[in-house]
Design a protein. Structure first.
Length: 232
C-alpha cells in the first residue's frame, strides 16, 4: 500500500477550500491505513481465507466446465484424428561411406599450404579464371569474324542483260490471272461475273511487225568494258 513518507506534504493554491479538501483526504488515507494494520494483527488468517476463496472459485468454475462437456462424451467429434500414423524415417546407424567405401572418394587438404587457402590466393585464382573466360570469348569472336563473307562489290558482279518483254503479253498474262480463282488469306476468291451477261471472247490482234523472228540470237560483246578496266 502507498504510504505518505512526508506527512507535511501539501499543495499550495490560491483557494482555501482546495487546501481543506486536501487535508481531509490525507487524513482519511492515514486512518484507513491504521485500520488495515489493526485488522491484520487481530486476524492473521484473513489473507489465507481470501486465497482459499479464490481457489474455491477456480474449482467451481472447473466443475462447471466439466459438467458442460459431459453432454459431448461418446459422440463423434468434428476434429478427426488421422487414421494412419505419420511415416517414420529410419535412422541409419552406420553411414554409407563406412558400409560401401568403394563408392566414395576421400579428399584431403593435407598437401595444401595455408598460404594457398588465404583470401589473396582465392581472389587471384578467381581473377585468373575470369581472365581466361574473357580470352576464350574474344577468340571465338575473332573466329566468327573471319568466317563471315564480305559483301561483293558492284564491279565484281557479272553484268546480265535481259531481253525486253512485250507490254501486250504482260497485260494478257495479268488478265488471264485475274480471270482465274485466287487464294488470299485462306479464302478462295472467284473472278467477277455478272448474271445474265455472256462473256466476250477477245481476239488477239497480232501484227506482223510484232511477230518475233525465231533464229540464232545475236551475241552482245562487252570488250569495251574490259578495255576500260585495264585503263583504270
Amino acid at each position: 500500500m502507498w504510504k505518505c513518507e512526508n506527512p507535511a506534504f501539501s499543495l499550495k493554491g490560491g483557494d482555501v477550500d482546495f487546501e481543506n479538501r486536501q487535508k481531509s483526504l490525507f487524513e482519511s488515507l492515514n486512518a484507513a491505513e491504521k485500520e488495515k494494520d489493526e485488522r491484520q494483527k487481530n486476524s492473521p488468517n484473513a489473507t489465507k481465507a481470501i486465497t482459499e476463496g479464490m481457489d474455491v472459485i477456480s474449482t467451481t468454475s472447473l466443475k462447471r466446465k466439466r459438467s458442460a462437456m459431459k453432454q459431448f462424451r461418446g459422440k463423434e467429434s468434428i476434429f478427426k484424428r488421422p487414421e494412419a500414423l505419420p511415416p517414420r524415417f529410419k535412422n541409419k546407424d552406420v553411414p554409407d561411406y563406412h558400409k560401401h567405401p568403394h563408392k566414395w572418394v576421400r579428399y584431403t587438404l593435407g598437401d595444401v599450404s595455408p598460404e594457398d587457402m588465404s583470401d589473396q590466393s582465392n581472389t587471384a585464382a578467381a581473377l585468373s579464371f575470369l581472365r581466361e573466360l574473357k580470352e576464350r570469348k574474344e577468340l571465338i569472336d575473332t573466329n566468327n569474324m573471319e568466317l563471315e563473307v564480305l559483301p561483293e562489290t558492284p564491279g565484281s558482279l557479272p553484268v546480265v542483260f535481259h531481253k525486253p518483254k512485250d507490254i501486250g503479253c504482260v497485260e494478257e498474262i495479268q488478265a488471264t490471272e485475274s480471270e482465274k480463282a485466287v487464294f488470299r488469306s485462306s479464302k478462295l476468291i472467284m473472278p467477277e461475273y455478272v448474271v445474265g451477261q455472256s462473256r466476250k471472247k477477245e481476239r488477239k490482234n497480232i501484227n506482223k511487225s510484232q511477230t518475233l523472228k525465231i533464229g540464232k540470237p545475236k551475241e552482245i560483246k562487252l570488250d569495251h568494258l574490259d578495255f576500260e578496266d585495264n585503263i583504270e
